[in-house]
Structure formats: C-alpha cells, structure tokens
Design a protein around this ligand. Structure first.
Ligand SMILES: [Zn+2]
Length: 108
C-alpha cells in the first residue's frame, strides 16, 4: 500500500510530462496526440499524492469522519425527536402525537 502511492504519482507525472511536451511541441493546427494521457494523468497525480502522503490522507479522512459524524448526529436527533417521548406515570416510550399512554392510559 505504501509503495502504490508514489508509483501512481510517478506514472501520473510521467503522463503529464508527455502530455505537456506534446502540447508544447505540437503544431497549432494539429491536435495534441496525448491529450487523453494528460487527461488521465491529472487524477493519477492527485490520487498518488494523497496515497503517498499519510498526513494528507489522515487529514482528508478526519475531515470526512467529522462530516459523517455530524450527519449521523443530525439524523439521530431527528429520529429521537420523532420517537422518544416518555409517559410521566409509567415511564414507557410512547408516540409523539399520542393523547393517552398506550400502556397505562394516562392523559398526556
Ligand atoms: Zn404510561
């Protein structure tokens, strides 16, 4: 796993170099031959850079984790708001819009 990152980065950089060289040396009327290579190499450079830099990877993962946690929290709050209401008499969990407790019949 540790060796794949730099390898991808290297392939990406090589591809991008080929693309740049072709782009610069190509005739203006002529379409660059390695346009696709350049197109593919850019994400490869990005992926390779992320994979070969553990600190960057960690930061990226941590950011995602925080977003995910925030989403889970929001979802959880929505869930509990809808479901959790407790009877003052028997303490049973009851529906939010119920007028009477379904267990002991206490008016809410
Ligand atoms: Zn009750």
């Amino acid at each position: 796993m540790k060796k794949i990152g730099p390898l991808i980065l290297l392939i990406g950089l090589a591809g991008f170099a080929v693309f740049l060289f072709d782009f610069v040396s190509a005739d203006l009327l002529e379409e660059p031959k390695y346009f696709l290579v350049g197109f593919v190499s850019m994400p490869l450079i990005f992926i390779g850079a992320v994979m070969s830099m553990p600190s960057l990877q960690q930061k990226y993962l941590k950011q995602n984790e925080e977003i995910l946690r925030e989403q889970m929290k929001t979802m959880g709050e929505g869930f509990y708001e809808d479901r959790e209401k407790f009877c003052s008499n028997c303490g049973d969990c009851i529906e939010k819009n119920a007028k009477y407790c379904s267990v002991c019949g206490t008016p809410l």
